[in-house]
Design a protein around this ligand. Structure first.
Ligand SMILES: Cc1cc2nc3c(=O)[nH]c(=O)nc-3n(C[C@H](O)[C@H](O)[C@H](O)COP(=O)(O)O)c2cc1C
Length: 150
């Protein structure tokens, strides 16, 4: 049987739970669209091959020293080996250094994806969410931005 569902896979790195909360909020927004199915998984639990059964792959990372975490970079490298022809992708980050580091990590992830994952098409600009301290919480009003992917 042909599935009419759009299957979305969301994976994230998160040391203190903030990027995880963003991932869940994005997932909630996407589920409001008819015909979507969402799976959310911690990056360390992801087996790269499992993304092959999804139509779109969203990857989230906290900003660590101005870029994605090592686990995120490793996953992008592994996904690159799979080619991922025809898959859609998008990225999100959380960061603390207001103004200075907004968008910095998502831009690095996008650059790496473009360089490594030949078949993936980034469908929307990366989303960057401000947190108020290294451990959070997420700053006021930021979670509502997660609806951009609705
Ligand atoms: C080792 C480390 C390095 C960090 N470096 C930066 C940084 O360069 N710029 C920044 O804005 N935030 C930085 N942060 C703050 C993280 O962005 C923040 O801890 C993260 O967004 C919280 O998300 P999480 O709860 O999902 O881990 C750093 C945090 C850690 C733990």
């Amino acid at each position: 049987m042909v599935s009419l569902l759009t299957k979305i896979f969301i994976t994230f790195a998160s040391w203190f739970g903030n990027t995880e909360a963003v991932a869940k909020e994005i997932g909630k927004g996407i589920l409001q669209i008819d015909g979507t199915e969402v799976a959310i998984k911690k990056i360390k639990e992801v087996n790269a091959e499992e993304v092959l059964e999804y139509d779109a792959i969203l990857i989230g990372s906290p900003n660590h020293m101005g870029g994605p975490t090592r686990a995120v970079k490793k996953l992008i490298d592994k996904l690159g080996n799979l080619g991922l022809e025809g898959k859609k992708g998008a990225v999100f980050d959380t960061y603390v250094r207001k103004n200075v580091h907004v968008g910095k990590t998502v831009r690095k992830m996008e650059k790496k994806i473009k360089a490594k994952i030949a078949g993936m098409k980034l469908i929307v600009d990366g989303l960057s969410i401000l947190v108020k301290g290294v451990r959070g919480p997420i700053a006021e009003g930021e979670l509502s931005k997660c609806g951009v992917w609705k």
